[in-house]
Design a protein. Structure first.
Length: 188
């Protein structure tokens, strides 16, 4: 399913077709493609040795559950759908764990999700989730149209001042941590 250009993994049209045939709305597919592109772009700018296919596919499938709902359960439902489709476990884990940047078991309880640890354990997962939040900021006119650098530069400020991005204190702290970790890895 993976396609490669001269620089590594590129998004597979077969994977996009799989999203479509699974019932993911076109608007959500467009968002997922943009998240995958952003995650791959960020990963390529780091000095880290990363699994680019995992980053691209994890980002592309992160919202698979939106074929069934746009509510908070879409992560859990997406992971179940991914398993049924035969997607690799790490990609299914991204779907399940991407809600609010990786919940603790206590937060899962508060949100009426199955009680477990949803925290992100790999840099690849954190890049995917960071890219998802950046894409929301970029595409929802929080920064000048398509000003990716501005979104990165103002990331913390935006999360602190626009409640729908920071969500709550725990989520804000997680996202700011991902931002700081990833920015420290970027090639300048």
């Amino acid at each position: 399913m993976a396609e490669f250009d001269g620089t590594g993994y590129t998004i597979s049209s077969a994977d996009i077709d799989l999203l479509r045939t699974s019932g993911v709305p076109d608007e959500d597919i467009a968002h997922s493609v943009t998240v995958a592109e952003k995650a791959l772009e960020i990963a390529r700018r780091t000095r880290a040795d990363l699994d680019m296919e995992f980053i691209g596919r994890g980002a592309l499938f992160h919202d698979l559950g939106k074929a069934k709902t746009h509510e908070i359960e879409h992560g859990m439902l997406g992971a179940e759908m991914g398993k049924a489709l035969g997607l690799p476990d790490p990609i299914n884990a991204v779907m399940e764990k991407h809600i609010r940047g990786g919940l603790t078991a206590e937060e899962a309880t508060e949100l009426n999700l199955p009680v477990k640890d949803y925290t992100l354990h790999t840099l690849e997962e954190r890049i995917i989730i960071y890219a998802d939040r950046l894409v929301d900021i970029i595409t929802e006119d929080i920064v000048a149209i398509h000003e990716d650098r501005e979104a990165e530069e103002r990331f913390e400020e935006i999360l602190r001042t626009v409640p729908k991005y920071g969500k709550n204190d725990a989520t804000l702290v997680r996202y700011v941590g991902y931002h700081q970790e990833i920015q420290d890895l970027l090639l300048r």
